[in-house]
Ligand binder design. Structure first.
Ligand code: ADP
Ligand code: 5GP
Length: 230
């Protein structure tokens, strides 16, 4: 059985950067390329970051039950195709889904054993700086992303792991540790010293361990950190 990893984050937190780095250091992990009706951005290529389709094509895929989940995000459709999970299973690989909070909820219903990771920026100011510095969005879009970020962040408590992307190198190490620790724990084999260290690093990112670290970040967004607040 493939392990399904769900990664969610407010836009600009560094999720794409972290996920790209993760794929350089972890083997036997496939990326689920989502389908979307939004137009390509920057250097995005069809079939790499996303499959870019029309509304009609997307609706035809819904009708044919081709999606494991789909959602409307920022006015566009995004969907996870079932075939990626089938392909990962056939290849003996695990599968990583980069999806929003709505999608994560739906996957958790269908695949409760999926491991979910929520990436947070160090605080609101740094998120705003990263969005501006990335240079991809207009001022209006940046404003909207910041408002949406607050709403999304309030859902952090639904995830198994919380990763604060402050120092990039450390965040990459933690993401890698979470992925590998899940494999080791599920395999149930005797642990090497390296594996025990990975598990320790991953444990520190578990929701129950991360609550205190999350509070000042939530406060910087003026968000309510109580479970059930969303
Ligand atoms: P997302 O995929 O979450 O929208 P990106 O990966 O595009 O975010 O990152 C947003 C911007 O922040 C990019 O310009 C990226 O280079 C930068 N960035 C990512 N992680 C860090 C970090 N740890 N420290 C500083 N800048 C970062
Ligand atoms: P972006 O347009 O910035 O690439 O993505 C916007 C949001 O849509 C992100 O939060 C991303 O994780 C989410 N997303 C991408 N693909 C999917 C998908 O297949 N399903 C769902 N539910 N969300 C997705």
């Amino acid at each position: 059985m493939s392990i399904v990893y769900i990664v969610s984050a407010p836009s600009g937190s560094g999720k794409s950067t972290l996920v790209n780095e993760l794929f350089k250091v972890v083997k036997h992990l496939d990326f689920s390329i989502s389908y979307t009706t939004r137009p390509p951005r920057g250097s995005e290529q069809n079939g790499k970051e996303y499959f870019f389709v029309t509304n009609e094509e997307f609706k035809a895929m819904i009708a044919a039950d081709e999606f494991l989940e789909y959602a409307n995000v920022f006015g566009n459709y995004y969907g996870t195709a079932r075939r990626f999970l089938r392909q990962a299973e056939a290849a003996g690989n695990d599968l990583l889904l980069d999806i929003d909070v709505q999608g994560a909820d739906k996957i958790k219903e269908k695949i409760p054993e999926a491991a979910s990771i929520f990436i947070l920026p160090p605080d609101r100011e740094k998120l705003e700086w990263r969005l501006r510095n990335r240079g991809l969005d207009s001022e209006q879009v940046i404003r909207r992303r910041l408002v949406t970020a607050t709403r999304e962040i309030e859902n952090y408590w639904k995830y198994d792991y919380i990763l604060v992307n402050n120092r990039l190198e450390q965040a990459i190490d933690e993401l890698r540790a979470i992925v590998l620790a899940e494999r080791v724990s599920r395999a149930g084999t005797k642990r090497t010293a390296d594996e025990a260290r990975l598990i320790e690093t991953a444990q520190a990112c578990r929701l129950d361990q991360a609550r205190e670290r999350v509070q000042p970040i939530l406060a910087s967004f003026g968000a309510d950190g109580k479970p059930g607040a969303s």
